[in-house]
Design a protein around this ligand. Structure first.
Ligand code: ZN
Length: 131
């Protein structure tokens, strides 16, 4: 397993991207709007993982609610695994609780989320890029 990305909620994705690019000296950035999640995302490619800055685009977005309640900050970490189905089965055997089923993510990936209470308060995404 490896860290795929760290997701951070921000008020303004353009401003945040500029600040992160300057601070981390990162040139490699792509923007993506995920309609189904109601977010606009900037993906900053670091050497070993990405940082995703997420701004809510709709009032019904769960990210909007997060932002109103907690303000800017860490939203989740994402762990990449080769076989997400096997990993979920293995983790459930360890008593890990998931938020919903495995579902399609962006660009052909599969994702699911681990309940924060299973990992000491950290919302954690599991993702798989194969199949
Ligand atoms: Zn994510």
């Amino acid at each position: 397993m490896k860290i795929d990305h760290i997701a951070i909620v921000v008020n303004n994705v353009e401003d945040a991207t500029k600040a992160y690019q300057e601070a981390l000296d990162v040139k490699d950035v792509e923007f993506e709007t995920v309609e189904s999640e109601g977010v606009k995302v900037a993906i900053l490619h670091l050497e070993n993982a990405n940082i995703e800055l997420m701004e809510p685009t709709t009032d019904s977005s769960p990210i909007k609610k997060f932002l109103e309640k907690r303000g800017n900050g860490l939203h989740h970490i994402a762990l990449e695994t080769k076989n997400i189905e096997d990993e979920v089965t293995r983790m459930e055997g360890c008593g890990i609780q998931f938020l919903g089923k495995i579902r399609p993510g962006s660009a052909g990936t599969k994702v699911t989320f681990i309940h924060p209470k299973s990992l000491n308060g950290v919302l954690t995404e599991l993702c798989s890029k194969q199949n």
